[in-house]
Design a protein around this ligand. Structure first.
Ligand code: NI
Length: 395
């Protein structure tokens, strides 16, 4: 059957590429995916899907479609994200973005079209399926809120397992990578506001310098990673923004620091939040400043289910070839697929699209990022095969 699925995917390769080019030409930012969602819904209805729901929380920016065979069995959810980024495209492709300053620079155009390809294949083989497949075309992954909203709205009700994949330029075209367990990191935000007392740069003793306090805090935070986190656990504290002062010879009143943390372990995440605040408040107080610290828990880590991953790897080997499916190191990047994996077993895999000959090795989010159309049928075959195999296993 998997050979048949692969063949069917090859047959519709041009359609999948055409869908991707359409989405690529008409990219929409997170929470604005109305035209993308409408297009997806119309393609699904044309395929014969009659249970197609558009929208989440009264906004028509995502699509949930069910393939309900009417026969008892398992239910698997397949998820694609559909939003684009605020990036100006710098690559000259015939289907380049027509929406200035907005670009599908992370490959979500490919995700949407590959899942549509899988939808068509599954519709074709529906008589041979038992149970149900739920197709999730999710909004706002880039802002990290889409998956959480859908989970809150009950998108996983009745679902036994979830599968998602991401197009990935560091992996060669036609290969796939995966991790057992920790796969992508949590991504949180923090902000520290330091209040000092401004004055003339020549008379520091008459002021309270928030810049010195800010610098001390940034350095001290790095010792939380190096001295307080188990060296065998991964953790990152990165300050990406420091704002203070406006002239070279004055001591400013205040300073603001913003940044992000990454880790795979919920306990480490709690430790970072707690110790960053304690360190900042104590240092600022020692340096006579007032400190106000805010830590926002944003995306949880993406932790795949090892057993489901083993199952998915076996399927991937049949589609891509034994030597094309490789275990990878986790990445400190983040992905809101984590919300689904917190609720249900499943996995998240990376479909390679890196191709030097085609000049397609730019990293995700790069203005020249481009997806190799020749892998789209593999992605569609992969999703359809996972669904078929998972439902079959449950019979
Ligand atoms: Ni992405």
């Amino acid at each position: 059957m998997l050979d048949n699925v692969k063949k069917k995917a090859e047959e519709i390769k041009e359609d999948i590429a055409a869908w991707r080019h359409h989405f690529h030409s008409h990219p929409e930012l997170s929470y604005q995916e109305t035209e993308t969602a409408a297009k997806i819904a119309s393609i699904l209805r044309d395929m014969g899907y009659d249970d197609v729901k558009v929208g989440c929380k009264d906004r028509d920016i995502c699509v949930i479609a069910d393939l309900e065979t009417g026969r008892p069995g398992r239910c698997i959810a397949l998820r694609a994200d559909i939003d684009a980024l605020a990036v100006q495209e710098e690559r000259d492709v015939p289907y380049r973005s027509q929406n200035d300053g907005v670009m599908h620079a992370c490959g979500h155009d490919a995700h949407a079209s590959m899942l549509l390809g899988a939808a068509r294949i599954l519709k074709d083989i529906e008589p041979e399926l038992n149970g149900k497949v739920r197709l999730i075309f999710q909004h706002a992954e880039e802002r990290g809120g889409g998956a959480r909203e859908l989970v809150e709205e009950g998108v996983l009700d009745g679902v036994d397992a979830v599968f998602g994949q991401h197009i990935w330029s560091p992996v060669p075209s036609g290969s796939m990578s995966y991790c057992y367990g920790p796969t992508m990191a949590s991504a949180d935000q923090f902000e520290l506001r330091i209040q000092g007392k401004g004055g003339h740069g020549s008379m520091p003793h008459l002021s309270i310098d928030p810049v010195v306090a800010a610098c001390s805090v940034v350095s001290a935070w790095q010792t939380i990673v190096s001295r307080e986190v188990d060296p065998l656990d991964a953790a990152v504290i990165s300050v990406g923004e420091i704002k203070s002062g406006s002239v070279f010879n004055a001591i400013p009143d205040s300073a603001t620091i913003k940044g992000t943390t990454r880790t795979f372990d919920p306990a480490v995440r709690e430790l970072l939040a707690k110790r960053m605040e304690e360190t900042a408040v104590a240092i600022c107080s020692g340096l006579r400043c007032q400190a106000e610290f805010e830590y926002k828990f944003m995306l949880p880590p993406t932790i795949t289910d090892p057993e489901f991953t083993r199952f998915a790897v076996e399927v991937a080997k049949k589609i891509l070839g034994e030597d094309k499916v490789v275990e990878a190191r986790p990445t400190m990047g983040a992905e809101d697929f984590s919300y689904y994996l917190q609720e249900r077993p499943g996995t998240f895999m990376f479909l390679g699209t890196g191709n030097e000959e085609k000049d397609m090795t730019y990293p995700q989010h790069h203005p020249k990022y481009c997806v190799d159309d020749d892998v789209l049928d593999l992605g569609a075959a992969m999703s359809a095969s996972i669904a078929w195999s998972y439902l079959k296993e449950g019979e």
